[in-house]
Ligand binder design. Structure first.
Ligand code: ZN
Length: 320
C-alpha cells in the first residue's frame, strides 16, 4: 500500500456554477467584499469566463471560483453534492451582516447555532447556498484593503463545506484513513471532520447523511467540485498513486496555470480535486495588478482576439 507521508491540511478552492458574470461579480466583490484575484476563461470552454475570488492574493483556503454560463439552467440541491459553503467571520459580525443583507435586499436568516457557533444562511443570485459562521479562531489570511467590507467584518476564508450524502461511511473513511482528518464533532446527521492543522483555512468538512433525499443536479447555483490542497507537485503525485491504489478513477495531472490538478469522484459522488499550492495567482501578475486584465494560458493566447470578442463585457464593482 502506498501511503502518503503528508496529510491534507485543508481546502484549496471551491468551484461553483453561475449564470450571468456581471451579477456574479457584483455579489461577490460588491456585496461580500471578496477580491477578484483572477479574470480568466474556463480552460475547457474558453468562450466563457472563469472568475476566482479570495483574499488579497487568493490564498489557498480562501478561493471561491465560478464558471458563469449566461442562461444556463438552475441545478437543485440534493445528495452527491456540496450542500453549503461556509466562510468564517468574527462572532461579533453576525449583526452587521444581517443588517447588510437586509439593506441590500438579500434574504438571509440566522439559523440555530452549529457546534456552538452562530450561522447566517443566504443564497447568491443563482441560488448557491452560502453561510457565514461566527468563529473565534481565524486562519491567518491577508485581507484586501480595497474591500467594501471593513477588516473587522471581512470574510476570513472558508470555515467549512457541508457535503450532502446518501450514506457517509466511505467518504468518512477517505477523509480519516487517507487525508488524515479526524471526526471532531457530531450532531444528528451532521458529522464534522477536520484536518489536524488547526491554523489552516478551510480545514473542516461536514458530512450530512441524508438517506431519504434525492440526488442533486449540478448546474447554476451549485458547487461543481471542491479542491483540497497539496504542498507541491511531488506530494500531488503521491496522492495520485495512493488514490489509484485505493481504486479511485483519477485524472492525470492537469495544468491549470495557477495550480496543477487531479480530479476523482469520492464515494458519495462529489467531484474532488487535489490542487497544488504553487505557483499561485501572482504567476503572471503582481499582487497589485491581480485581475486588472483578462489572463489566458499560453496555449489560448493566439486565440485572444476571438475570445475577447465573445466574452461579455464586465466591470469590477468599486468599493461601496
Ligand atoms: Zn478546481
Amino acid at each position: 500500500m502506498i501511503t502518503v507521508g503528508k496529510r491534507i491540511s485543508g481546502l484549496h478552492h471551491v468551484t461553483a456554477i453561475a449564470s450571468y458574470p456581471q451579477r456574479n461579480l457584483d455579489f461577490y466583490v460588491g456585496l461580500l467584499g471578496m477580491r477578484l484575484v483572477k479574470r480568466t476563461v474556463n480552460f475547457d470552454d474558453p468562450g466563457t469566463y472563469h472568475f476566482y475570488f479570495g483574499d488579497i492574493r487568493g490564498t489557498p483556503g480562501t478561493i471561491l471560483t465560478f464558471f458563469p454560463w449566461p442562461g444556463v439552467r438552475r441545478g437543485h440541491r440534493g445528495t452527491g453534492q456540496i450542500d453549503a459553503t461556509a466562510f468564517a467571520i468574527s462572532p461579533n459580525s453576525i449583526g452587521y451582516w444581517l443588517e447588510r443583507f437586509k439593506d441590500k435586499h438579500v434574504a438571509a436568516e440566522k439559523t440555530a447555532p452549529r457546534f456552538g457557533e452562530e450561522v447566517v444562511r443566504f443564497t447568491d443570485p443563482d441560488g448557491l447556498l452560502l453561510e457565514l459562521i461566527g468563529s473565534s479562531s481565524f486562519p491567518p489570511i491577508e485581507l484586501w484593503p480595497d474591500s467594501s467590507i471593513r477588516p473587522e467584518h471581512a470574510l476570513h476564508g472558508f470555515h467549512s463545506v457541508s457535503a450532502a450524502l446518501e450514506g457517509y461511511e466511505r467518504t468518512a473513511q477517505l477523509l480519516t484513513q487517507s487525508f488524515g482528518y479526524r471526526l471532531i464533532d457530531q450532531s444528528g446527521n451532521r458529522f464534522r471532520f477536520a484536518s489536524p492543522d488547526e491554523t489552516a483555512p478551510g480545514r473542516m468538512v461536514d458530512l450530512l447523511c441524508l438517506p431519504d433525499t434525492q440526488a442533486g443536479l449540478v448546474a447554476a447555483g451549485s458547487v461543481h467540485h471542491i479542491a483540497f490542497r497539496a504542498k507541491d507537485d511531488a506530494e500531488q503525485l503521491e496522492w495520485r498513486a495512493h488514490l489509484v491504489e485505493l481504486g479511485y478513477n483519477v485524472t492525470p495531472v492537469i495544468d491549470r496555470t495557477y495550480f496543477h490538478s487531479i480530479y476523482f469522484r469520492e464515494p458519495g459522488g462529489i467531484l474532488f480535486e487535489i490542487a497544488t499550492e504553487p505557483p499561485g495567482f501572482t504567476l503572471d501578475e503582481t499582487i497589485e495588478e491581480l485581475s486588472s486584465k483578462l489572463r489566458l494560458p499560453p496555449w489560448l493566447e493566439p486565440a485572444r482576439p476571438q475570445i475577447e470578442q465573445v466574452l461579455p463585457p464586465i466591470k469590477v464593482p468599486a468599493k461601496q
